[in-house]
Design a protein around this ligand. Structure first.
Ligand SMILES: [Zn+2]
Length: 291
């Protein structure tokens, strides 16, 4: 992964490299790397390069004079408008370290910033499993590594005056990984609703609770366990999406509405899974209103 990050870095700093010129000419064809579609049929290497964008995008920082901004922000390309514009300022692109400081790029710093710090054995099966919904698993994976850009991790210069510095879900304190997904009253309501439908206690109070509840059973292939993991991932995704919608778009759904989306997403996934009929599967279908 650090190697892929290095390749991504080179795309913006080694304009004269034959490989970089080839990428811009034949892969990007004038489009923006950060919004280039990851289409089926592309080479594995190129797809891996595109997949790492979400992990590294908030670590690319450009600095021109007094202007210090992320290269990519809120799903958009901040500056410069064309990759070639950076060529005029070869020393302006910086790497934001895990601690949040700006440095010249190095593979070691990249690895230090993007590696997952939690114990992999305990949670791996909670996040990645055969029937998982990839975008949900990816979100849980980011949560596990504390890689989401919660308010407690924003540096003063990153804070826009238009963005409030209070949890958009409960309006009580700045959000953090721990607050947003576990301590927040809104999140707690989501976990309560999730617990009612899953029959597995998902009323988690911290990441440790998740590990305690789900890890011991995560390797099992029973319908109940698979659905609980799907529900956990969908809930994490739903909480983060609602947080962003309120923070950036000033649109708010109630907790019940957010859970309705979570429920229907998991229900649709369940309907696509073929499993042998058993009393447990029948019970689960009843819980999820699956015909
Ligand atoms: Zn909150």
């Amino acid at each position: 992964m650090a190697l892929m990050t290095t390749h991504t870095w080179r795309l913006f700093t080694c304009k004269q490299s034959l490989w970089v010129r080839w990428i811009h000419e034949y892969r990007l064809r004038g489009t923006n790397f950060w919004s280039a579609p990851n289409v089926a049929g592309a080479s594995v290497g190129w797809r891996k390069l595109l997949e790492i964008r979400e992990v590294v995008c908030n670590r690319f920082i450009f600095k021109i004079g007094d202007v210090v901004r992320e290269l990519v922000g809120s799903g958009g390309w901040n500056w410069p408008r064309t990759p070639h514009a950076l060529h005029a300022h070869p020393d302006t692109l910086k790497w934001r370290s895990y601690e949040g400081d700006l440095h010249d790029f190095s593979v070691n710093l990249a690895w230090h910033a993007i590696r997952n710090r939690a114990h992999p054995v305990q949670w791996f099966s909670v996040v990645w499993f055969a029937k998982c919904i990839p975008k949900h698993s990816f979100m849980v994976w980011l949560l596990m590594g504390e890689r989401l850009k919660t308010q407690d991790r924003l540096k003063a210069w990153e804070i826009s005056s238009r963005i409030s510095q209070v949890c958009s879900l409960c309006l009580r304190e700045a959000d953090s990984h721990e607050h947003l997904f576990f301590k927040c009253l809104f999140a707690k309501q989501v976990w309560t609703l999730a617990t009612k439908v899953s029959r597995v206690n998902l009323q988690v109070d911290s990441w440790k609770d998740v590990v305690d509840v789900l890890s011991p059973i995560a390797f099992k292939r029973s319908a109940r366990v698979i659905v609980s993991k799907l529900l956990f991932g969908a809930s994490v995704y739903g909480i983060w999406r609602e947080r962003n919608a309120r923070l950036f778009n000033k649109k708010a759904l109630s907790c019940a509405q957010v859970f309705e989306v979570i429920f229907s997403t998991v229900r649709l996934k369940i309907m696509s899974i073929k499993c042998k009929t058993s009393s447990q599967v029948q019970e689960m279908k009843t819980d999820w209103k699956v015909p």
